[in-house]
Design a protein around this ligand. Structure first.
Ligand code: SF4
Length: 479
């Protein structure tokens, strides 16, 4: 037991370190209050997040810290006193956007030299990126990485005191910081990060290099945060991790993801629990049973397969075969027959032949996913796949993408059509994008439903009869 406690303490930021950050927050708050007295306005911060939900959740922590420090957030770059880009390096496009934004801020910084420009997130965990920014974007004042996000107040304090660049990026395997303030947006759904990092090193993915090794939060800490969310009025939580199925392995006390789901079942106020992302190789039978038995866990599983050919799966270092995946899908459906399965596919991985791609189409036809998120393979410098010479041409990637889309559109429609006339439980989220008299919500199987109803229904579980079942969404009327 002692060694387990030691293990969980070792990668945890100490309470003293977190308390120190609160002191810095108070210090900056005082400065900002003096600023209000002097200039008659609050300091404004512009925060933009790129990439995945985990990054969004990190941005919610930055928002929490900003709030305590007395910053008001604004959507207008021109007005602000502090700019923060929380970056992503999973796709090249997101990286290019960040460079574009930084470049265009040069003129603004010249006009407002006191404005602080901060860049953080996954991109900053890459040495060459940090060097590039240091050399080319002199207007940047503060650089920090994913591993020291909790130190933002201390680093901002330093940046406010000096004209020199403050850069602090830890290259450690990562740690866990409990007690960092968090400010979530309005709504009925909340992200809840349960673990950080990844041990899998899929050959196309940069995440393990920038997010460190797997670190799980303690079950008690996660349950406490979920209780708070229930108390704050959130109705649905989505548990986040790069591979939630291996949650707990590093704690070495026998805790598993299935245990965590069971522990969250009694949290008051929370009606629905979802999670992402799952790695097929780590999805245990116990987890399938927990999903079946926990009434709050929704009947939806996002289970990225990435490719349907065993050759490509092996090249990708995914550590399972298509046959294993078929068996897993069958096992899941035998225990939870109404489950909706969704997946990710990478089209055009280096060396993917026509025959390999046919195997992917065949897998999609056989598994019959409710939804497939398709990505064109793009090189990530620093990953093994980027060094491969047999890259697939953009033209071929696009053709394969279109073929896959056509197939999935047909399957998605076929799976949705039988829902017409059925009554489903929907968590009403708020006005739909198209009309304020129409509400949007989701079924437990994560399908979007639009229906007429009053805005006061937001946050309530309602019964809706499906009147029209399309490929992408459903329409219905309140029962
Ligand atoms: S499981 Fe693979 S794809 Fe997912 S984050 Fe880890 S390395 Fe990347």
């Amino acid at each position: 037991m002692e060694s387990n406690m030691e293990n969980s303490r070792n990668n945890r930021i100490t309470a003293e370190e977190i308390a120190l950050q609160y002191k810095y927050m108070e210090q900056i708050k005082e400065l900002n209050q003096e600023y209000i007295l002097k200039y008659g306005r609050q300091k404004l911060a512009f925060l933009q997040s790129f990439g995945c939900q985990m990054n969004e959740n990190d941005s919610e922590k930055l928002s929490g810290m900003l709030e305590i420090m007395g910053y008001t957030q604004t959507g207008k770059l021109d007005d602000c006193d502090l700019v923060i880009f929380n970056t992503c390096c999973v796709r090249e496009n997101a990286e290019l956007k960040v460079y574009g934004h930084l470049g265009s801020l040069k003129a603004l910084k010249n006009r407002k030299p006191d404005m602080i420009i901060a860049v953080c997130g996954c991109m900053m965990q890459q040495k060459d990126v940090v060097e590039h920014i240091k050399g080319k974007y002199r207007q940047v004042d503060l650089i920090f990485g994913t591993h020291n996000l909790h130190k933002f107040p201390e680093l901002l304090n330093r940046a406010l005191e000096t004209d020199a660049l403050v850069a602090d990026v830890e290259s450690s395997e990562g740690s866990i910081a409990e007690g960092v303030p968090i400010r979530r947006g309005q709504g009925v759904k909340a992200w809840l990060t349960i673990m950080y990092g990844c041990n899998n090193f899929c050959s196309y993915c940069i995440v393990p290099y920038v997010r460190g090794r797997e670190r799980s939060r303690q079950i008690a800490d996660i349950v406490n945060e979920a209780r708070l969310l229930g108390h704050q009025g959130f109705r649905e939580i989505t548990l986040l991790g790069q591979n939630v199925n291996s949650y707990g392995l590093d704690l070495k006390d026998g805790s598993s993801f299935a245990d965590l789901l069971r522990s969250l079942e009694d949290v008051e106020g929370i009606d629905r629990i979802r999670f992402m992302t799952s790695h097929p190789k780590d999805l245990s039978e116990d987890l399938i049973l927990a999903m079946r038995d926990c009434k709050k866990v929704c009947e939806h599983l996002h289970l990225p397969v990435q490719a349907g050919s065993n050759t490509i799966l092996q090249e990708m270092n995914r550590k399972y075969t298509r046959e294993y995946y078929f068996g897993l899908a069958d096992k899941i459906r035998s225990q939870i027959p109404d489950i909706s399965l969704t997946t990710d596919i990478i089209v055009g991985y280096p060396g993917e032949s026509d025959e390999d791609f046919k195997q992917t189409l065949d897998l999609i036809e056989k598994v019959r996913f409710d939804y497939v998120y398709t990505f064109l393979y793009s090189k990530r410098t620093g990953t093994p796949a980027a060094k491969k010479e047999d890259q697939v041409s953009e033209q071929v990637k696009k053709e394969r993408f279109n073929a896959l889309l056509a197939l999935q559109n047909r399957i998605g429609k076929e799976l949705n059509e039988p829902l017409a006339g059925k009554i489903v439980e929907v968590l009403a989220e708020g006005p739909s994008k198209n009309s304020i008299t129409t509400l949007a919500g989701r079924t437990r199987t994560n399908k979007i439903v639009n229906f007429k109803g009053s805005p006061e229904l937001a946050g309530r579980l309602v019964k809706v009869r499906i009147t029209n079942a399309g490929t992408w969404s459903l329409e219905g009327s309140l029962e």
